[in-house]
Design a protein around this ligand. Structure first.
Ligand code: JA2
Length: 290
C-alpha cells in the first residue's frame, strides 16, 4: 500500500473497487492466516484491512458492530450467555457488553494478530476486551463449536470475514449445524451475510441451509456501511425451535441510556432495527421463497 490511494479489489466484487485516500501506513504484517494492514485514511479515520479487504474504519464501524450485535440480543428477553465467533477487532464485544443481562461472553478468534493490532491501533473498538465477562479463545471457530456443549448459549454472533480465506468454513452447512446444537431452544444466531447487491447467490445458499437447520424463524436484515463495497452488508438472523422469536420487533431495544461505559450508541435504534428487515423486491423473491 503506497501513500496515495488504497483500492479494495477482491473476487468478492469483480469489476469494481472502493478506494480510500491514504495518509500513512501504520502497520503491515502477515499472520499465520492473512495479510494485515492498518492505515490512516484522509477521511475515515484508521482502517483495518485483511487480505486486501476492508474490515472496519473508525468512522463507520459503529453501523456494522451495533447492528450485528443488537439485532439478535434485542430480539430475546434475557440474553445471559453469548458466543462470538470471529470479531477479533473487539467491536462486537464492546456492543455485547452494553446488555446488562449478559453474564458471560465467550469469544473465539482464529488470528491473534488481529486482536493485538486492534488493541494497538483501535482502542475505542478493542475496549470490548476490557469487560470482565469476556473469555477470549484464540482458535478455529469450527473446532470451538464442535466441542461446545449442547444448548450452551442464548446467542451466537458470527462476525466473520468472507468465504474466501480463513472464514470459508463459517459459511458452510456443518458449521450452521454446530451453531444450532450449541444454542438453547429459542436461542438466536446472527451472522455476517454479505451484500444483497453483490452476493444474492451466496445468500440464497445460506438461506436454504438456515431454513433446513433452524426450525424457529429465519430472517435476513441489512444495513448501510459506506466503506463496504455496494455500501451495504447483511445479516442472517435465525432462531432454534422453542420460544418464538420475532426478529422484526425488538423486545428490549437497547437505547442511549443502556450503558455509556463504552460510549454512546451511534447507529442502532428500535426503528432502524425493524427497518433492517425490509427488503427490496429482487431480494424478497429469493429470500422469502426459499
Ligand atoms: N467483520 C468483517 C465484516 C466483513 C468484512 C469483509 C466484507 N466486506 C464486504 C463488503 C460487501 C459485502 C460483504 C463484505 N464482507
Amino acid at each position: 500500500v503506497i501513500p496515495g490511494w488504497f483500492s479494495e479489489m477482491s473476487p468478492m466484487w469483480p469489476g469494481e473497487a472502493h478506494s480510500l485516500k491514504v495518509e500513512k501506513v501504520l502497520f503491515q504484517g502477515k499472520s499465520d492466516y492473512q495479510d494485515v494492514i492498518v492505515f490512516q485514511s484522509a477521511t475515515y479515520g484508521k482502517v483495518l484491512v485483511l487480505d486486501g479487504v476492508i474490515q472496519l474504519t473508525e468512522r463507520d464501524e459503529c453501523a456494522y458492530q451495533e447492528m450485528i450485535t443488537h439485532l439478535p440480543l434485542c430480539s430475546i428477553p434475557n440474553p445471559k450467555k453469548v458466543l462470538v465467533i470471529g470479531g477479533g477487532d473487539g467491536g462486537v464485544l464492546r456492543e455485547v457488553a452494553r446488555h446488562p443481562t449478559v453474564e458471560h461472553i465467550d469469544m473465539c478468534e482464529i488470528d491473534k494478530m488481529v486482536v493485538d493490532v486492534s488493541k494497538q491501533f483501535f482502542p475505542d473498538v478493542a475496549i470490548g476486551y476490557e469487560d470482565p465477562r469476556v473469555n477470549l479463545v484464540i482458535g478455529d471457530g469450527v473446532a470451538f463449536l464442535k466441542n461446545a456443549a449442547e444448548g450452551s448459549y442464548d446467542a451466537v454472533i458470527v462476525d466473520s470475514s468472507d468465504p474466501i480465506g480463513p472464514a470459508k468454513e463459517l459459511f458452510e452447512k456443518p458449521f450452521f449445524q454446530s451453531v444450532a446444537r450449541a444454542l438453547r431452544p429459542g436461542g438466536v444466531v446472527c451472522t455476517q451475510a454479505e451484500s444483497l447487491w453483490l452476493h444474492m447467490d451466496i445468500i440464497e445458499d445460506i438461506v436454504s441451509n438456515c431454513r433446513e437447520i433452524f426450525k424457529g424463524s429465519v430472517n435476513y436484515a441489512w444495513t448501510s456501511v459506506p466503506t463496504y463495497p455496494s455500501g451495504v452488508i447483511g445479516f442472517m438472523l435465525c432462531s432454534t425451535e422453542g420460544p418464538e422469536v420475532d426478529f422484526k420487533h425488538p423486545l428490549n431495544p437497547i437505547d442511549e441510556s443502556s450503558s455509556k461505559s463504552n460510549g454512546p450508541l451511534k447507529f442502532y435504534n428500535a426503528e432502524i432495527h425493524s427497518a433492517a428487515f425490509c427488503l427490496p423486491s429482487f431480494a424478497k423473491k429469493v429470500i422469502e421463497s426459499k
